[in-house]
Design a protein around this ligand. Sequence first.
Ligand code: FE2
Length: 313
Amino acid sequence: MIIGSEKDVTDAVLKEYQRIKNPRLREIIAALIRHLHGFAREVKLTEEEFQAAIGYIVALGQRTTETHNEAVLMSGSLGFSTLICLLNNGNRGQTETDANLLGPFWRLGSPPTKNGDSIVRSPTPGAALFVAASFKDVDGKPIAGAEVDVWHSSTEGFYENQDPVQADMNLRGKFLTDADGRISFRSVKPAGYPIPIDGPVGELLRAAGRHNMRPAHLHFLVYKPGFKTLISQIYDPQDKNLETDVQFGVTRHLIGNFVRHDEPRRGAGDVKPPWYSLEHAFVMEKGAARLPKPPITGKAQGERPQIPHLEAV
Ligand SMILES: [Fe+2]
């Protein structure tokens, strides 16, 4: 159709995209057009603002490398990643869920590790942490033989693939659940960390007066055919940024049961206080066991990166 005025544009565009044969793609594109046009009308987007928006989108791609994914950071910073997660898990948002954000730092090929062993693979400061996790189906039946990837940042706030100082695969491991659906391992208690702010995400955070910290957490990815792959994070309740996570990842259900111990750990003479324990019972939904694509694939080389901290205002 020939466009006469502003009022005709949305209908003209929608009409052309009705040609899409795949019904789901047709639905998504039509809704995208309606909401995108509606957004521009609502805020009366100026030509200068439109040019700035295009520059922003271009910068998301330009900033993304083998070791950094700016698009993932932006989606998280807008709460979009958490919205998608909660819309698609917990019986499609009806119940609490252990599902959470993947984040950018998951790697394929974590080293197989025996239950009870340590995932500290090079000297790493921090209090000892003993984790015991169990995995059940929605009826409470233990899930044996599930592969559980675990990964977290160091107390200095870096994942090993960001940090040339740490050994390859430090603070990562792949465990197999036992007959009772359990895994256990030793590590160090992680710290929160800042997300990079040298790109469009930093610009947005500064404009909003937000800090750039994620509260301390551990990541889990659980794979077993017959179950929807569970991607989760467990958060430290003591972290001061728990309520203002820059990525909006914290949900009430995933605030971890960390316990501080001020006595030496019995049966393991080398563990001095304070040390911590953490237990969590995960529930997996039935579904397709698919692995995500790792958001980044490279390992940082050279100097340890310097990521500045933004103060909230
Ligand atoms: Fe993380």
